[in-house]
Ligand binder design. Structure first.
Ligand code: B4P
Length: 193
């Protein structure tokens, strides 16, 4: 079983790469961002609850997101492995994820840390804003998302470094080149097992 966390600032290409990884390695793609946007689109009570946070570029409270992830994991009891996209985003979420997986005798194998310059992040998200209809792809919200990433999510790098699981990936290249680097990192991981 292969369990991968894809990690990086907003706009670094997590969603883009996760789809490709899920297809190639036959993993279940769990994107908390997609899950929340779907709830907002359907106007469910969860969707209404999280809308305010997302529109401001803030993180949804840990307890809300952890419960959703728990429900998703229970749906896929016999999964061949997961790619966690956008989760965890705080230390509390990372600790909880480790505990949830431990209960099923599994663990995170590798954390892909996608590195992209801040200027490029803003450029990509402003580019996507043209047709994404995402309420959080607006310049002031994008800047807030990047600040929140630095404060609350970036410290997770040390959490996973201490577990020896972080692999840095240059995310500045083309989508295909970044994917090639990721495939190489997964190949290297598998060869040293
Ligand atoms: P997410 O959906 O996870 O959004 P994101 O971090 O902004 O990354 P995203 O996946 O959109 O960008 P990507 O890098 O793929 O979260 C949205 C919100 O939900 C959060 O702000 C938060 O409020 C809430 N949330 C989600 N998870 C949460 C959690 N665990 N806890 C609390 N709150 C949570 O791609 C960006 C763009 O770049 C795309 O347009 C893509 O086409 C382009 N691109 C990608 N790779 C490229 C490349 N190599 N070259 C050029 N362009 C590229």
């Amino acid at each position: 079983m292969l369990n991968v966390v894809i990690f990086g600032p907003p706009g670094s290409g997590k969603g883009t790469q996760s789809e490709k990884i899920a297809e190639k390695y036959r993993l279940i793609h769990l994107s908390t961002g997609d899950l929340l946007r779907e709830e907002m689109k359907k106007d469910t009570s969860l969707g209404r609850q999280v809308k305010n946070y997302i529109e401001k570029g803030e993180l949804v409270p840990d307890e809300v997101i952890i419960e959703q992830l728990y429900l998703k994991l229970s749906e896929y009891k016999d999964a061949p492995g997961f790619i966690f996209d956008g989760f965890p985003r705080t230390i509390v979420q990372a600790e909880k994820l480790d505990k949830m997986l431990e209960k099923n005798n599994i663990h995170i194998n590798i954390v892909l840390n996608i590195e992209v310059d801040e200027e490029e992040l803003v450029r990509r998200m402003m580019g996507r804003a043209q047709d994404s209809n995402r309420s959080d792809d607006k310049e002031d919200v994008i800047n807030n998302r990047i600040d929140i990433y630095k404060e609350q999510t970036f410290p997770l790098i040390n959490y996973y470094k201490n577990q020896g699981k972080i692999v840095n990936i240059d995310g500045m290249a083309s989508v295909d080149k970044v994917f090639e680097n990721i495939c190489y990192a997964l190949y290297a991981y598998n060869s040293q097992k």
